[in-house]
Design a protein around this ligand. Structure first.
Ligand code: GLN
Length: 291
């Protein structure tokens, strides 16, 4: 005699209960269970509830168990699913890419606000994304700017490939180019530079949340002794690449606005700071002083 097959709803509740018991107090077990069950079954999360009564095949139950085990072992949901939503678009991840963070949408918003003020969204703008990772920032911008073109560079060839694949899957291949390379190999002029560079001080990497430290690539996190190495390199010769009337937008750590303001001041740039939804300083906007 075989056991009655579990329904999708009961499997989801059981998964949430296991996660609630096994993960810490900051966890989101119900949400994680919903995303992981949907991912294991290949169903869109918002459609899951419509098929709550469906009975699961044994292979499906196993796939759900495997995903829950990985989550209990500390792997982030996005890494298990292999994708993360950013700006309403789904980005595939690679080992060499950071998981796109909701806070980084602040960078996209600040950039679009500047474009709205200065050019308008229908202008043929040239964009450059330094350390593009999944390509999330650049592709989000292209999705809002119908005539813009963009170059994304990353020190990791695996990241550049992941970004290229994301652009192709999301329909932006013709307006984007993703290459392995460094800032020093970029040339301009471009109207907009965006970057979420590595900005964590090397000395505190070991204190980061385990899910970040163990699963995000060091190359995307480690900002050198003072966390500012990447910004300094870019600001040292921003004018080589940025059009005089252009602007640059960098994500920063919540306590780095002052440091960025002085670096920018030394380079004769004006600075505006933008906060994320949690109220933390998150993005600096830089312009060349004119006149
Ligand atoms: N914001 C990321 C974190 O929380 C860091 C990203 C970066 O260094 N660019 O770990």
């Amino acid at each position: 005699m075989s056991l009655p097959a579990a329904t999708l709803a009961s499997a989801r509740r059981a998964a949430a209960a296991r996660l609630a018991a096994g993960l810490g107090p900051d966890a989101t077990p119900a949400l994680d269970a919903r995303l992981l069950v949907a991912g294991a079954l290949g169903i869109a999360p918002d459609r899951l509830i419509l098929v709550d009564d469906r009975e699961l095949a044994q292979a499906e139950s196993h796939a759900i168990d495997a995903a829950i085990e990985r989550r209990l072992a500390g792997e982030p949901v996005a890494r298990i699913l292999g994708e993360k939503e950013f700006w309403g678009l789904s980005f595939h991840l690679a080992d060499a890419t950071l998981v796109p963070r909701p806070d980084t949408e602040t960078l996209v918003e600040a950039t679009l606000a500047w474009i709205d003020r200065t050019h308008g969204r229908d202008k043929p703008l040239r964009l450059l994304d330094i350390g593009t990772g999944t390509g999330a920032i650049l592709i989000a911008l292209l999705s809002e700017l119908p005539r813009a073109i963009g170059l994304g560079v990353d020190l990791s060839g695996e990241a550049a490939r992941a970004a290229r694949d994301n652009a192709a899957r999301l329909g932006f291949a013709e307006r984007s180019l993703f290459v392995r390379g460094s800032w020093s190999a970029c040339s301009g002029p471009v109207d907009v530079i965006v970057s979420n560079p590595p900005y964590i001080e090397s000395g505190i990497i070991s204190t980061l949340d385990r899910e970040v430290r163990d699963h995000d690539p060091m190359l995307a996190l480690d900002g050198g002794d003072d966390g500012l190495v990447a910004y300094r390199a870019i600001l040292a010769d921003l004018d080589r690449v940025m059009h005089p009337g252009g602007a640059a937008f960098f994500e920063i750590g919540h306590d780095q606005a002052q440091a960025l303001a002085s670096l920018a001041g030394e380079s004769g740039l004006t600075v505006e700071v933008h906060r994320d939804l949690a109220g933390h300083d998150r993005v600096v906007e830089l312009h060349r002083l004119t006149g």
